[in-house]
Design a protein around this ligand. Structure first.
Ligand code: ZN
Length: 275
């Protein structure tokens, strides 16, 4: 009898262990089920994915990853502030000077209109654009604008201006570039010159304006505090009635912005060619 009892006990124990083991296996498997189904979906995703032509990788835009500071010159302000001319001297000058005037437009208005157009065009080409101002009113001195371009690690800063002269017969487009011993950084001279040539040539081509060439300047706060390549386009003379009238039109402002944008693309293409 004892041996029969022992046999029954062993059988019960075996059944219990087996049953527990089975249950254990079940509880172990249960949480795995959703994982398995998730995994199956993931595994199946590529095989179910039919690539279409519209899903091809997007082409890299010409100004992708470029940071460009657009600085529409002048502003509307009642402030009177002095600003330094260069990091190498204590001399200061009036920060807010009015700029030129045309018959129906001020230079500040024209510069902003072209600057805002340029912002859109540059962003369409993939650039990150830093605007020194987007409104007529502003307290941004040339010193602050240069700092803004520097602090944002701009690859290029384009300053947008128009000219004025006491001689109404003078007209045409020119490009100012940094030069001289008042600069914070001599490293900007060569790339600024190269960018200035590209942008002037492309803006001339887009507008048909008269070429007044490239002018090196050592007296501009916005150049002397620049630590990134910086150029200044003088788009035309507001004091010349014909050029002033042209620069009033939407069509010509579009051409100016498109020309500047084309020149910036040309400049960065030439930089990457040289590397
Ligand atoms: Zn100006």
């Amino acid at each position: 009898m004892e041996s029969v009892k022992r046999l029954i006990c062993m059988l019960l124990a075996f059944l219990c262990i087996g049953g527990c083991r089975n249950r254990q296996t079940l509880t172990e498997q249960q949480p795995q089920e959703p994982q398995q189904s998730t995994k199956i979906e993931v595994d199946n995703a590529p095989s179910n994915h039919v690539p279409s032509e519209t899903e091809e990788p997007e082409p890299v835009l010409p100004l992708a990853e470029k940071i460009i500071c657009v600085d529409p010159g002048h502003e509307v302000t009642s402030q009177r502030v002095q600003e330094p001319i260069s990091p190498h001297s204590n001399a200061t000058k009036e920060a807010f000077v009015g700029g030129a005037s045309g018959r129906n437009q001020t230079e500040e208005q024209l510069n902003l209109a072209v600057g805002l157009r340029l912002q859109v065009l540059l962003e369409e080409q993939g650039a990150k654009v830093i605007m020194t101002r987007t409104t007529h009113e502003s307290d941004m001195t040339s010193y602050k604008r240069a700092q803004m371009a520097n602090e944002n690690h701009s690859d290029l800063c384009i300053r947008i201006h128009a000219d004025g002269s006491s001689d109404a017969s003078v007209y045409g487009m020119s490009m100012l570039v940094p030069y001289g011993d008042q600069l914070a950084s001599q490293d900007i001279v060569q790339p600024s010159q190269a960018a200035g040539e590209c942008v002037l040539n492309a803006a001339l081509a887009a507008t048909g304006a008269k070429n007044n060439g490239i002018v090196q300047r050592s007296d501009l706060t916005g150049f002397n505090f620049a630590e990134v390549p910086t150029i200044l386009i003088e788009m035309g003379f507001l004091s010349n009635p014909d050029e002033d009238a042209r620069m009033e039109t939407e069509e010509y402002r579009d051409k100016l912005a498109q020309g500047i944008c084309n020149g910036i693309i040309d400049y960065f293409a030439s930089v990457s060619d040289n590397q």
